[in-house]
Design a protein around this ligand. Structure first.
Ligand code: PLP
Length: 540
């Protein structure tokens, strides 16, 4: 059982607490990406932002936890577009020493036959009561490492599969060695946020000194995030044999026998004592996909103080004292007078519009219903569903009835995602005189904040059942903004038609077997509701 910190412990670092009480057992939270704020560009999207929100919430609650991730010196990327509206990626220039502190400790691992030194930077996430939760960012970019090895932590999702394998070995094995070097001898639980850090099980086995899978399982919990097999990292044994040192190689072959390679999800599933999906529906889909019945669900949340606007914060402080340390009390938000919520919302909307004027040179009208759509531009998110029938869109949204704001980055290797962005940007120009659509470049946490606080309605149109959870809609909800979304992920649980927002397309059935349906029906339903429910008795 994880103990919570006492009030008297708050303000003490985890290391001081461990030194004073050898029985103290913290949680180690491993994530390939962590998104804390836009000035630390070590995240690409929901997975990382969620990891950041969990760590921040743990700090608020006084849960003794330490985060482990990689330091991406070149960040994810800065998004730019060429004349053809094709996304171009530029490395992010940032200076870790401005954000975190370099620790003196180093550990070493062997990859591709070469010994690599790993060091760590620590960022202390300060909770609402002052408790500092450490997050360790692993780094290989220093002497005497080989020039190729120094680049191993540069890019998030930048290299090929082999680069990725090396990164995951550094995260899992190097991360655990680093924790030990920092004095974390009594870790109660290792939490794998997605399968990327699964190789830490190899290191646990090595520490144990003999082969006993049950002893490993007892210590590990695993959160799966991807509802389709194609989304799971997979490495052929041929490559693993080339990259791993002899002992790790022998162990991984023993842990996953009779397989041509390693699925990091399978590794997580088989060597954890507990597995959860990130929404109720997602657990159903995962059990179906993995042919299991043991995937539990814990619906994702967000860290309220990160995502609510300054105006909403004042309202919550006034009407729901104590909400910050007990966000469950936010159910009382219904008692806040509508006029006060509306005033706070208008202020957020002005902030968003000021930014749009600055970056796009477009003056949006605050009296026009403003719909936002922003997230990773993965094809399954169907950012262009709205453009399925342009004539219909013009009829419904033309004449300044509705205006749209889009943002999103496509993965550098995802041409499908880049085509989506191109299509939206081109449509924005073509429709200029009929329907106002603006695209804000370089989606990041700051732009996500502006959008999820300042739009009037949040649109989400994923292909079922691909949205494992989806968190930006929750950011909106806490800012008093309604959702208009396909019934998938968290929205199935948050949706009350005409109250919290509106659904798009059919209701979910009991299993995921209905993955096959006519996607065009979603577009029809989208237009239908936009026309008959949202723009007629909405804000216009
Ligand atoms: C919240 C957030 C996401 C996640 O959005 P989804 O709705 O889960 O797709 C992605 N990127 C950024 C920058 C965010 O702030």
């Amino acid at each position: 059982m994880i103990q919570r910190l006492h009030r008297s412990d708050l303000g003490n670092s985890l290391r001081t607490l461990m030194e004073n009480d050898p029985a103290f057992r913290p949680v180690a939270y491993f994530s390939m990406e962590v998104g804390l704020k836009e000035s630390i560009p070590t995240y690409s999207g929901g997975l990382g932002v969620l990891a950041g929100d969990i760590l921040k919430s743990a700090a608020d609650l006084g849960v003794p936890m330490a985060g482990v991730t990689l330091l991406y010196k070149k960040g994810y990327f800065v998004q730019e577009f060429n004349q053809e509206d094709w996304q171009k990626e530029k490395p992010v220039v940032w200076d870790p020493s401005k954000e975190m502190t370099l620790l003196p400790n180093t550990v070493s691992i062997t990859i591709q036959g070469r010994e690599i030194q790993i060091r760590a930077w620590v960022y202390e996430c300060i909770g609402a009561t002052g408790y500092p939760l450490p997050i360790y960012f692993l780094d290989t970019d220093f002497e005497p490492n080989h020039p190729d090895d120094r680049k191993l932590c540069w890019y998030l999702y930048g290299g090929d599969n082999r680069y990725r394998l090396c990164q995951e070995f550094i995260l899992g094995v190097g991360g655990l060695r680093m924790l030990r070097a920092l004095g974390y001898m009594n870790i109660d639980t290792f939490h794998l946020n997605e399968g990327h850090a699964g190789f830490l099980t190899l290191e646990l086995m090595r520490e144990l000194g003999y082969y006993d899978p049950d002893r490993i399982r007892e210590q590990v919990v695993f959160t799966t995030h991807t509802p389709v097999p194609a989304g799971h990292d997979y490495f052929e044994f041929g490559m693993i044999d080339d990259v791993f040192p002899a002992d790790a190689k022998a162990t991984i072959h023993r842990m996953l026998p009779d397989r041509p390679g390693v699925s990091m999800t399978e590794l997580g599933l088989r060597y954890s004592r507990y597995v959860n999906g990130v929404a109720k529906k997602h657990a159903e889909v995962s059990n179906d996909m993995f042919k299991m019945e043991t995937v539990d669900w814990i619906t994702n949340g967000i860290h309220p103080t990160t995502w609510i606007s300054s105006g909403m914060r004042k309202l919550y402080n006034k009407h729901i004292p104590g909400w910050e340390l007990d966000p469950g009390r936010l159910v009382q938000a219904l008692t806040i007078p509508n006029e006060e919520v509306w005033a706070a919302h208008q202020a957020s909307k002005m902030r968003l519009f000021a930014r749009v004027l600055e970056t796009n040179g477009v003056q949006l009208d605050p009296d026009v219903l403003t719909i936002g759509f922003a997230r990773r531009a993965a094809t399954y998110k169907r950012a262009d569903l709205l453009l399925t029938d342009v004539a219909r869109l013009k009829k419904i949204a033309g004449n300044k009835k509705v205006q749209f704001i889009f943002a999103g980055k496509s993965h550098p290797h995802d041409d499908g995602g880049k085509k989506l962005l191109q299509r939206i940007r081109k449509a924005a120009k073509e429709l200029e005189n009929d329907v106002v659509i603006v695209f804000i470049d370089n989606y990041n946490m700051e732009i996500a904040s502006l959008l999820t606080q300042g739009v009037d309605l949040w649109l989400n149109t994923p292909v079922r059942p691909r949205e494992a959870s989806g968190t930006s809609g929750m950011k909106c909800a806490m800012n008093g903004i309604m959702n208009f979304s396909v019934l998938d992920g968290w929205w199935i649980e948050g949706w009350i038609e005409d109250v919290t927002g509106w659904s798009i397309g059919p209701e979910p059935t009991e299993t995921s077997a209905n993955a096959h349906y006519d996607e065009n029906l979603d577009a029809v339903d989208l237009y239908e509701k936009l026309e008959t429910k949202i723009t007629t008795n909405g804000l216009t």
